[in-house]
Design a protein around this ligand. Structure first.
Ligand code: UD1
Length: 416
């Protein structure tokens, strides 16, 4: 059965360790394509999206192996420049291979990438930036071919600091001819991780005080080792779980600096947060307060990926909360299921008005995408009785073992 069951109502107590970051490891794996040799990437989460990226790399000719949570990629032979439809459309992050393949082979034909059903998710910003670097793009119905005789550094300014477009420009420019200046680049921690890996491999990337990136193309990258940082979104999901269900939890390895916006919200709600070098502690003893206004924003603002998990917590907080979603237009898909669990939420365009209720009731709900699915698990932890979250494969795209982690914290949860 592709589901998770939860008997809600337990306080969460104890410690759990946070896995490596999905959104950091995916572009790093794509970047390994640029290196004619072997890269060793430690602390890789064993999640469906990483396995999917592994398959894509193997289809292109790379050798990929696992030992524990360490992935070794040998990209000595990359011989195929076509990426078939299904493998690309299943995961949005396949689009990372665009910049990497251009850097490696100068040409790629791929389907338009897929991903979570959380909005339109076009790639116009990626393509426009790459065109300025000398890339010609021929668009067909479902596919496109991108090719460049020679990638050239360019002076670029993104109209919006898209995470994926920033990553693609970085991947295309590290071995391009000349210097690329990327203004209005995304500042998400996963960009820093990608640059960290590429610098280990010999790339010349500089962060300017004004937030732009200056990338001096190098002749060739060399083999590298890198440890993937902890996943801020998984840590934030578990913080939301404690806000929803109550308890006293320590999240080992959780990156507090990257979670400042989430921690500020937790404190505003009345949670008690402690931070030290080993991770984040949170205590929630009383029923929490609503958050009068919260807007999702690019980093370091409140992350859109934590909006749904937090909403599950706000559904049982005291008072009215308002969340404005400014990044993805379709990120309120869990509201119907939360309402069926007894939540009082009204959606008006991109705003959710949440009137906290005393208690949610366990019921059968259906994950439709990754973070929304995790949010339904959070709601199930706070609900009375049994919840069943169907389609757990969506959750497994990003959470290595959400049931085990939450069982470590005393939740009554398992695979159904
Ligand atoms: C990445 C993350 C995702 C996160 C998002 C925002 C990965 C694998 N995924 O997604 O978890 O929610 O950042 O922090 O790292 N846009 C355009 N045209 C483009 C590109 C983007 O209009 O060419 C729009 C999107 O539709 C969206 C917004 O820009 O509304 C943000 O997208 P972007 O920052 O690119 O997110 P992703 O890289 O897809």
């Amino acid at each position: 059965m592709d589901s998770i069951y939860i008997y809600g109502g337990n306080y969460l107590r104890g410690e759990t360790r946070i896995q490596g970051s999905k959104n950091a490891v995916l572009p790093i794996l794509a970047a390994s394509l640029l290196i004619r040799g072997t890269c060793v990437i430690k602390n890789c989460p064993r999640i469906a999206d990483v396995y999917h990226m592994q398959n894509l790399l193997q289809e292109l000719g790379c050798l990929v192996s696992w030992a524990g949570n360490t992935v070794t990629v040998n990209a000595f032979h990359v011989n195929d420049n076509r990426m078939n439809g299904e493998s690309v459309t299943r995961m949005r992050s396949s689009v990372m291979l665009l910049g990497a393949m251009l850097g490696r082979l100068g040409e790629v034909t791929m389907a338009y990438p897929g991903g979570c059903v959380i909005g339109r998710r076009p790639i116009d910003i990626h393509l426009k930036a790459l065109r300025k670097m000398g890339v010609e793009i021929e668009e067909q119905e479902q596919m496109f071919t991108a090719k460049a005789k020679e990638l050239e550094g360019a002076d670029l300014e993104l109209p919006f600091p898209s995470v994926g477009a920033t990553e693609n420009v970085i991947l295309a420019s590290v071995t391009a001819k000349g210097t690329t200046v990327l203004r209005n680049a995304a500042k998400e921690p996963e960009i820093e991780a990608l640059c960290g890996f590429l610098k280990e491999a010999g790339a010349d990337i500089e962060n300017k005080a004004d937030g732009s990136l200056v990338i001096q193309g190098v002749e060739e990258l060399h083999e590298a080792k890198y440890t993937v940082p902890a996943d801020r979104i998984v840590a934030g999901t578990y913080l939301a779980a404690v806000l929803a269900a109550g308890g006293s939890v320590f999240l080992e390895n959780a990156p507090a600096k990257q979670l400042e916006a989430m921690l500020a919200v937790a404190e505003e709600m009345g949670g008690c947060v402690t931070v030290n070098e080993e991770g984040i502690g949170i205590d929630v003893i009383h029923r929490l307060r609503a958050v009068p206004y919260l807007k999702t924003e690019v980093y370091p603002g409140f992350p859109t990926d934590l909006q749904s998990p937090l909403m599950a917590g706000l559904a049982v907080a005291q008072g009215q909360s308002l969340i404005e979603e400014s990044i993805f237009e379709n990120r309120f898909r869990i509201v119907g299921d939360l309402q069926r669990m007894g939540a009082d939420i009204e959606i008006v365009k991109n705003k959710a008005y949440i009137n906290g209720v005393d208690v949610l009731k366990g019921t059968e709900v259906e994950a439709e995408e990754l973070r929304g699915g995790a949010a339904l698990v959070v709601a199930g932890l706070a609900a009375e009785g049994k919840s069943i979250v169907k389609n757990r494969h969506f959750i497994e795209r990003g959470y290595e073992n959400i049931c085990k982690d939450l069982r470590n914290l005393g939740a009554d949860i398992g695979l159904g």
